[in-house]
Design a protein around this ligand. Structure first.
Ligand SMILES: [Zn+2]
Length: 479
């Protein structure tokens, strides 16, 4: 499996590539090729001969060993190259054969699932030898089983994750299910880079919902809008295709693909399908409905960003997918919404000028919350002295600006020192259900929020802000 798992460096085989040099370098621009080969057969009608003849670029390959399926991959190219096969895998001493029918492979995912149920369903009797091509009709008939087997299992072949949502369409999906699924996307996705692509695709899809566009996107829209984002924030290179999240997010139970081939609702398209351009993919109705609710959306975005994207410039990314407001508790103006005199510039290292909305707020409420707390910060207790008085700031918990649209009322206000106001607005700290103030980065407790008996704070606003901070990943989600 080395040539599939790690791949081979094309530069080490220059003399053997021959006429396939150009095509292999096109498929694997980084120079590392994932290859698998088969020996030729003198037969014309057996399973192997049929498979060698009829397989196509875009087909999916399942690897089988010792009664288990151990990996899946997609065919990116087909070659017949004896020199290359001999150089990579050697020559069979007995039969003087080489594995010259070569497949170039992408989207390689390894796992370890019992093959029995699927082989039974397909009426294939083990042991399997060589190659077996499954007809499109059989494949589509058993795709549900295949997906359940392959996506419901952890990479190590463990039990079904308790957080996994059944992939059956029509199954009801609650907010807790949705968030648990988003928090455990790694199930069945052993390659971190592929998981990253799934996360980027989900954020892009949520951005589409927020802007009022259709939840389903064509492959064309996907390619023109998401692929540049995958390039910039993901890792589109050898063996990873942009089609991966488009097709494989179905395994999450939150996603569907339609119109790919033969009108099957749950079938992922392949490059070889008759009309790949007709395929559409997007969030399932149940997931989209949940993500249209402001609180759930804030929680989902916060969870995805904080669980999987710690090393990414999240502001930049959220801006690219139309969710920049979620990078700040107060909301951030989108391009073209700027109104003079209403915003203030935020310092982001001078990289980009962003404007945080400060919609008109009731100054009486601001003064009242500050006086009630005698200018003492509710996070740290600091009472900042000035020459003649004290200084504090009133912070809205659920921001007044878009997209948060919080209310301007006492229950949605905190009295904070400037430092903690900045941390609260930039989502660095949040308040848990027991009124502890915690760091978003790691959930570490900083303090217990200081409360005043005459200042009731709205739990729903705290919950919204906590969602933005990804606080639900510390097991504090209420469902
Ligand atoms: Zn403070």
């Amino acid at each position: 499996m080395h040539s599939v798992r790690e791949g081979i460096h094309l530069s080490g085989y220059e003399s053997a590539l021959g006429a396939d040099t150009g095509e292999l370098k096109r498929i694997f621009p980084g120079g590392v090729a994932k290859l698998w080969g088969s020996t030729p057969t003198s037969q014309t009608r057996n399973a192997k001969a049929v498979a060698l003849r009829d397989r196509k670029v875009g087909d999916e390959v399942l690897f089988y060993a010792e009664k288990k399926f151990i990996a899946r991959a997609r065919i990116l190219g087909l070659f017949r190259n004896r020199d290359l096969a001999a150089a990579v895998w050697g020559i069979d001493a007995e039969e003087q054969n080489t594995w010259e029918h070569i497949m170039a492979l992408g989207d390689v995912v390894e796992f370890d699932v019992p093959a029995g149920p699927l082989l039974d369903a397909l009426a294939i009797t083990p042991p399997l030898r060589g190659l077996t091509l499954v007809s499109a009709a059989l494949r589509s008939q058993h795709l549900g089983l295949l997906n359940r087997l392959l996506n419901g299992q952890s990479p190590a072949g463990g039990r079904l994750s308790s957080g996994a949502v059944p992939t059956a369409t029509g199954k009801s999906l609650g907010r807790g299910d949705l968030l648990r699924t988003l928090g455990t996307l790694d199930v069945g996705v052993p390659d971190e880079r592929q998981r990253r692509h799934e996360v980027l695709a989900l954020l892009w899809a949520i951005g589409r919902l927020l802007s009022g566009r259709d939840r389903m996107a064509s492959w064309g829209a996907f390619r023109s809008q998401l692929v540049p984002i995958l390039h910039e924030f993901g890792a589109l290179d050898d063996g990873l295709s942009a089609e991966y999240p488009f097709r494989n997010l179905c395994g999450s139970g939150l996603w569907e693909v339609v119109g790919a081939e033969r009108g099957e609702s749950d079938l992922a398209p392949t490059a070889a399908s008759a009309e790949p351009e007709a395929a559409r993919a997007g969030l399932r109705v149940e997931a989209a409905t949940l993500l249209r609710q402001p609180l759930t959306r804030a929680e989902a975005i916060g969870l995805l960003c904080n669980t999987y994207l710690g090393d990414v410039d999240q502001y930049e990314l959220l801006e690219r997918v139309g969710l920049v407001g979620y990078a700040h508790a107060g909301g951030v103006e989108q391009e073209g919404e700027r109104r003079s005199g209403r915003g203030r510039s935020t310092g982001r290292g001078g990289r980009r000028q962003a404007t945080v909305l400060r919609p008109d707020r009731d100054q009486r409420l601001v003064e009242r919350v500050k006086l009630l707390h005698l200018h003492q910060c509710q996070v740290c207790g600091l009472r900042l002295e000035t020459r003649f008085s004290h200084y504090s700031e009133a912070a809205h918990i659920r921001g007044l600006g878009r997209p948060h649209d919080g209310p301007d009322e006492m229950a949605n206000l905190l009295c904070l020192c400037p430092n903690h106001h900045v941390q609260f607005d930039t989502l660095a700290i949040f308040i848990d259900q027991q009124w502890n103030v915690r760091r978003s980065k790691d959930g570490a407790s900083i303090s217990s929020l200081r409360r005043h008996p005459e200042h009731a704070i709205g739990q729903e606003y705290v919950e919204y802000h906590r969602g933005l901070c990804g606080g639900s990943r510390f097991g504090m989600v209420s469902s």
